[in-house]
Design a protein around this ligand. Sequence first.
Ligand SMILES: Nc1ncnc2c1ncn2[C@@H]1O[C@H](COP(=O)(O)OP(=O)(O)OP(=O)(O)O)[C@@H](O)[C@H]1O
Length: 321
Amino acid sequence: MNEYIIELADLTKQYGNYTAVDHLNLTIRKGEIFGLLGPNGAGKSTTILMMLGLTEPTSGRVRVCNWDATRYPIEVKKRVGYLPEDVGFYEDYTGFENIVYTAQLNGIGRGEAAQRAQQLLNRVGLADAAHKKAGKYSRGMRQRLGLADVLIKNPEVIILDEPTLGIDPKGVQEFLSLIVQLSREEGLTVLLSSHHLEQIQAICDRVGLFVKGKLLAEGNVHTLAGNLFTSEPLTIEAHITIPVTSVVTVNDLQRMLQDIEGVLTVAIQGNTFQIDCARDVTSQIARKVIMAGADLNYLHKKEYGLEDIYHHYFKEYESYA
Ligand SMILES: Nc1ncnc2c1ncn2[C@@H]1O[C@H](COP(=O)(O)OP(=O)(O)OP(=O)(O)O)[C@@H](O)[C@H]1O
């Protein structure tokens, strides 16, 4: 059994002379939550369409659940659930009826379909609204119904394209927790395409950064930041109070910190010392402050997040949302 559930090898898609996806190489393991992040037009949707076997690559290979998606799209469709930005439901059918209908389209008999539909509606938090017409559902409820709709066929992989657009913050949090729960409890592999950095950072094990059809970087947020910002100065923030009885002044302390090898600059604002350094000198800072008889209230090392990474890569592209 192949350890990767999704494998893209030199995957390329051209529309005429335009290369929408450019020699993409990417592997995703079973049970991973992987985030596809990139500005509009980066090629995320085209990549997803190729994974689903809905559009043919110009060259390269795409395997999903051990099936070549281009040659065996039906096998892939049986194993992969796709939740687009906006799912189309029969508005006059209830949530329950919609899910039963999808189940039957997937060859599940009426009795089992009804039982599974009810279980899934409970699971996605729609038990109370199961018999309400889908046309009356809020945006958040529709996305939950969409999730039940893709889960009814017991997929191995689910692909979510901007699933939280238009949902209120509480609904977003609940929806994302549900995704993590499903992935962890049922070993479901999740591919989440989104512009929302904080959502990707909150739930994804790994992230792929797309721009102009290429994967510029991939890895977990921590590793990406480590690789990217090694040459950047490290910023350490120290909150320090100098007791009134002390002979040491703020200026003395600033000089002492400045003398530590590796420290570039020391800026002071109130009780906060912002220390830029070429390497991590946290322990030396702590020692100096305490030996000077001052009180060290906290020391904080700046961690680079997905937002810093995103801006680093995409600063020259203004088109992202
Ligand atoms: N059928 C098509 N014919 C011609 N060009 C296309 C077609 N589909 C997509 N493209 C182009 O390919 C590029 C990649 O589009 P794609 O939709 O994959 O990007 P995306 O990263 O999903 O962006 P978004 O977040 O806006 O959906 C875009 O420049 C788009 O205009």
